[in-house]
Ligand binder design. Structure first.
Ligand code: GLC
Length: 723
């Protein structure tokens, strides 16, 4: 065991010689003789087991993409990228491996387990009041951070590198479906958005755009003249986002396959042959993204689609997901044949069933796969959690080599700490269940802690049929998530905004228009979170230390000034909400109807808030401002010609709205600073800007006594005192 310390970041504990993950970007650590480690660390049977006592008042936050609450106490989680479309509360692993957590109590501690294979986090489950971290190896590095919750996040996120920033159109509404199978259907969807006057910036292309599920090909029958099609939609302001899967179809004369074989680029069997697995196209090989040569090769393949005008992608099935392997299928069939004509007792019958049902994503198959990593032959299980990360890194390198100053949209399914600098994530195949709307709310802080600020869930739910009410309420929450994508599975009820009924269409249109009105503000908050290594979504206890705030699980802080308390239950026409301090409640409905009557001052404490289906509760903290603009149907058309500022001003409130061109890497070039000061009577307002588009501003200001005043400021004059 070796001990290291860094003045800025904390401690590092090194066991043996781990397989490098390259997730830590920086940090000057010096080796020291020893230091005190909380709890007890044991090396036993080739594993490292770390037991850390938890105080009753400690919360445990983090573990990124995982089931259950924000406070992770009470369950055992497994860090192992998994393709599992049923995110029920008993699922230990989802698609991401995010080995970072914070024990948040009297003296918070953050821990990052730097390891490429499986890790178990037993949080107060097997043994009461203990966190147990089990690593399946004696080679691992732990990073240990101290400070407040916010400070720990900042230190960790600084170490893993700046989170991914999408192009600004990635904040617009995005429509997806498995699948819009033809160019005609995609065009129809785009047209319907305009006909229904619903803002939208992107439409996704799921696997059917490809020629028989072959990456980097186009089905010429369903999508004739793809380039022209991309261009026409692009001209109307719609970006197309095609999917890329990890598995490469085995097919002679298919370029990607042929090149992969010729250069020996695929993941191998122990004997050194390309590992045969099956996914969408049937038989596939997996590119060995862990090999830098393969990374560059695969990354450059994205250029093919970029040459046709594509500016965004989603990487999928990169855990990697395996339907079955040749060997696995052969073994299962052999076993089944042996049972022919036999009278199967319960055990044999269950074995037969398991052999068939467990063909997909089997550990036996993963054990049979080999990579070339850092010049050595490595078993897949030792680096499993790095696979999706390296696929997405390959794509990011491809973007960089195509145009190093341009931002491309990139979301991926499998992920690992450190990948957040290359891409955002969506949370995979959730369901149209109210429970998954709540899970979406609860997952956001953990994702942000792991660096995934550009993230969101499939709005409306991927699997199952959505109800009009769930679709509406889900949109009302996704209004705030940086990635706002409506996506659903084949065979489920269509869930485009217009797919339900006239009432739902109108409600959802209002939400999406409100999203566009808020985009400049959301984008500004997002950029602050990324550039300053802060959380965009945080548990209440990161801001307030009272005991209620520590246990609230269904409310979340957004940025620095807002608290969200979404409705996430069927038939609810209101909900209990805890205000940790006096707050202004804005019952937002739609951009047009904004009025004084929607704003009320609430005292610190518990409140039942009535909320009909059209009302979205947004809570504004003391001395904070929210900025809205006039919505348009494309992100690119938004400007500051007509802005609205809503503020709770007890003494002085300041907000700096940042902006930029939205597609290059020159960030925060435009700044508009609002300063509102409460006077004996009324308020004084000052606006300083270098944004030429700033026009008329309307202020809805609420003072500490709950009085609302509306003030309009015309033109670009700054420094005008309006009392
Ligand atoms: C996976 C993805 C899902 C996609 C489907 C078909 O299940 O998670 O989003 O629609 O594959 O490509």
């Amino acid at each position: 065991m070796r001990y290291f310390k860094s003045d800025n970041y904390g401690k590092k504990l090194v066991f043996g010689n781990m397989i490098p993950t390259h997730t830590i970007e920086q940090g000057n650590y010096n080796e020291v003789d020893a230091y005190e480690v909380i709890g007890n660390i044991d090396v036993k049977d080739g594993c490292i087991i770390w037991d850390i006592p938890l105080r009753p008042t400690d919360s445990v936050y983090g573990l990124g993409e995982s089931v259950r609450g924000m406070n992770k106490r009470g369950f055992e989680y497994r860090s192992f990228c998994s393709d599992d479309p049923n995110h029920t509360p008993d699922k230990q692993a989802l698609y991401g491996a995010h080995n970072f957590l914070i024990i948040h109590g009297a003296s918070p501690v953050g821990i990052y387990v730097d390891f490429a294979g499986e890790v178990i986090f037993d949080v107060d489950f097997i043994k009461s009041d203990f966190l147990q971290i089990r690593v399946s190896s004696v080679d691992v590095t732990f990073y240990i951070f101290e400070g407040s919750g916010k400070e720990i996040v900042k230190k960790f996120r600084t170490l893993i590198g700046q989170s991914y920033i999408p192009p600004k159109w990635g904040f617009g509404y995005q429509q997806s479906r498995w699948s819009y199978e033809t160019a005609e259907r995609v065009t129809e969807i785009a047209t319907l958005f305009d006909e229904y006057d619903i803002p939208c910036d992107a439409i996704y292309l799921d696997i059917d755009y490809m020629e028989r599920f072959k990456d980097f090909t186009i089905d010429a029958k369903a999508f004739p003249d793809f380039e022209k099609f991309v261009e026409t939609l692009y001209k109307s302001g719609i970006h197309l986002v095609p999917i890329i899967d990890a598995g490469v179809k085995v097919e002679p004369d298919y370029e990607v396959y042929e090149e992969g074989i010729e250069n020996d680029y695929f993941v191998k069997t122990d004997e050194g042959k390309p590992f045969p697995a099956a996914v969408w196209p049937g038989k596939v090989h997996f590119p060995d993204f862990l090999n830098p040569e393969v990374e560059s090769w695969f990354g450059e393949k994205y250029h093919k689609l970029m040459d046709l005008g594509i500016e965004g992608f989603w990487n999928d099935m990169n855990e990697p997901a395996i339907f079955y392997s040749e060997q696995g299928l052969k073994d299962a069939i052999e076993f089944a044949e042996q049972q022919k004509g036999k009278n199967l007792d319960i055990y044999t019958f269950f074995e037969l069933k398991d052999r068939i049902l467990n063909l997909s994503n089997s550990m036996t198959d993963y054990k049979r796969m080999y990579h070339t990593y850092e010049g050595k032959k490595v078993n897949h299980l030792d680096v499993h959690n790095l696979y999706g990360y390296h696929m997405t890194k390959a794509a990011a390198k491809g973007f960089e080599s195509y145009d190093s100053n341009k931002r491309f949209l990139m979301i991926t399914r499998a992920s690992h700490i450190g990948m957040a600098k290359y891409s955002g994530i969506w949370t995979g195949d959730n369901h149209s269940w109210w429970e998954h709307l709540k899970l979406n709310v609860q997952m956001m802080p953990g994702l942000n802690m792991a660096g995934f600020v550009y993230s969101g869930a499939d709005t409306g739910g991927f699997g199952g049929n959505v109800s009009p009410e769930l679709l509406t309420r889900w949109h009302q929450f996704s209004l705030f998530t940086p990635l706002f994508r409506n996506h659903s599975a084949m065979g489920t009820r269509p869930q485009e905004p217009w797919a339900m009924d006239a009432k739902t269409l109108s409600l959802i249109r209002d939400v999406i228009r409100l999203r566009y009105a808020l985009i400049p503000f959301l984008y500004s908050e997002f950029m602050a979170a990324v550039l300053e290594n802060k959380l965009l979504f945080a548990p209440l206890s990161f801001f307030y230390s009272d005991h209620y705030s520590r246990s609230v699980e269904d409310q979340v802080m957004f940025g620095d000034g807002i608290m969200l308390a979404p409705v996430y239950t069927q038939n609810a026409r209101g909900r209990m909400t805890y205000c940790p301090e006096d707050m202004v409640l804005w019952k937002a409905e739609n951009y047009e109807s904004l009025s004084k009557d929607q704003l009320t001052l609430l005292d610190q404490g518990h409140h039942y808030i009535d909320l009909n289906l059209s009302q979205i509760p947004i809570f504004i903290r003391k001395n904070k401002l929210i900025v809205l603009v006039k919505p348009k149907n494309r992100v690119n058309d938004l400007d500051l010609a007509e802005i609205t500022v809503i503020g709770f001003v007890d003494t002085v409130a300041e907000y700096t709205l940042t902006n930029d061109d939205g597609f290059t890497k020159a960030y925060e070039t435009l700044k508009t600073k609002f300063t509102v000061t409460r006077k004996t009577e009324g308020f004084s307002i000052q606006v300083d800007t270098n944004d030429a588009s700033l026009g008329k501003a309307t202020f809805y200001l609420i003072d500490g006594d709950g009085a609302v005043q509306v003030t309009v400021q015309e033109g670009q004059d700054t420094g005008i005192s309006m009392v």
